[in-house]
Design a binder for this molecule. Structure first.
Ligand SMILES: [Fe+2]
Length: 376
């Protein structure tokens, strides 16, 4: 009887596997940039767009939209074809392969969920105003809008604020209210961006992901999201299927001028070899940058030697700052014997809304301030 109940739930869930980042928040054609992994650019700089395609794409037009005004960014030359750079799979719920690399796990999945990834790069118009833009893409296979996807800076800031929000746990009592209060407080502080380091939802249900994404859209600044253990282990043990469908890439990096930030996927109990390879290659590529920061859910899985790996990366690549959550308390210190400052922030729903604000000036962390929304 119990088996039948679970089988019916799994069947129900498979029927719910659908495709677009539409009303339910799952991704459609645009895989990057997203509200969970936006692009930071300056006029005259390069903007990259990544699209998921079921069929070959031969027509792409890209527009940036802000306050109902749209600016054409890109239109391809007729006859031009786009070559896929890799393949992705947004898999069925499973607990069998939760730790596989998101760019390679397609090989283990059912054919119908495989998609090609197409990448295009173009120059940002020099007259594009500063601000947060939605990206609209039309192709011959369909169109899609990615909200709050690109932030255009007039020039790269040398002094700026970063807000760190972690362990939002949408699904827990009063978590939505706290997250909304944090969005309001952050909007008044006007940081360059916000880092959200996992346990964004409580039990990885579709409703929780949708709710998280909808409050996320109340932030008027770019928001970078990485997953935590709660985002990938719902009560059906979905692995990373939903993390991919709602958040896009689970690990990635971005730069703000000559400051480099690497988001690591800490959703499972170990960092898989593909991710480790990505982080090492990425840090190697950007090692000349003057300020480097790693952010993820937490390095607490001592059994798997994650802490040792992160410590060695911090030492080797002279990481300035490591930001994480997971512990549900605040802590500041240095990693091992390295000069890497670590900042662990308390859970977002604490005292009706809590987060940290870091001020970065030049190539240093000048201050770290804990904010409790109810005390503002
Ligand atoms: Fe948590």
């Amino acid at each position: 009887m119990r088996l039948l109940f679970f089988l019916s739930l799994i069947i129900l869930n498979l029927h719910m596997v659908c495709w677009p980042r539409n009303t339910n928040g799952t991704l459609d054609i645009i895989f990057y940039p997203l509200s969970t992994n936006p692009a930071l650019v300056i006029p005259g700089g390069v903007l990259e767009i990544q699209l998921i395609s079921e069929k070959p794409i031969s027509k792409i037009a890209v527009e940036a939209v802000k306050n109902n005004c749209s600016v054409k960014l890109f239109e391809n030359i007729p006859g031009q074809t786009f070559t896929p750079v890799s393949r992705l799979t947004f898999a069925h719920p499973t607990k069998t392969f939760p730790e596989l690399d998101w760019r390679r796990n397609w090989a283990y999945r059912s054919r119908q969920y495989r998609r090609d990834l197409v990448r295009i790069q173009f120059e940002v118009p020099v007259n594009l105003e500063e601000g947060l833009y939605d990206i609209c893409v039309s192709t011959d296979t369909g169109s899609d809008i990615s909200e709050r996807a690109v932030y255009v800076f007039k020039r790269w800031p040398t002094a700026y604020k970063v807000c760190h929000v972690t362990d939002v746990h949408i699904g827990k009592r009063d978590a939505v209210k706290a997250f909304r209060s944090i969005a309001n407080a952050v909007n008044q502080l006007k940081p360059a961006f916000v880092l959200l380091t996992g346990d964004n939802v409580e039990s990885a249900s579709s409703q929780e992901f949708t709710e998280f994404l909808s409050v996320l859209d109340e932030f008027k600044v770019p928001t970078f999201v990485v997953p935590g253990n709660h985002d990938s282990y719902g009560w059906l043990w979905k692995g990373k299927a939903d993390v991919l469908r709602y958040f896009g890439a689970t690990y990635y990096s971005f730069s703000l001028g000559c400051h480099h930030y690497v988001g690591i996927d800490g959703a499972t109990r170990r960092f898989d070899k593909f991710q480790k390879q990505f982080v090492e290659n990425d840090l190697n590529r950007y090692q000349r940058f003057q300020f480097k920061c790693i952010f993820n859910h937490g390095f607490v899985y001592r059994k798997e030697n994650n802490e040792e790996w992160l410590t060695s990366m911090s030492k080797k690549y002279k990481i300035n700052l490591y930001i994480s959550g997971h512990k549900h308390r605040s802590k500041i210190g240095f990693i091992g014997h390295t000069r890497t400052l670590f900042v662990i922030t308390q859970e977002a729903y604490k005292c009706g809304g809590s987060f940290n604000v870091l001020t970065i000036e030049g190539n240093d962390v000048k201050s770290i301030e804990s904010v409790v929304v109810s005390q503002l």
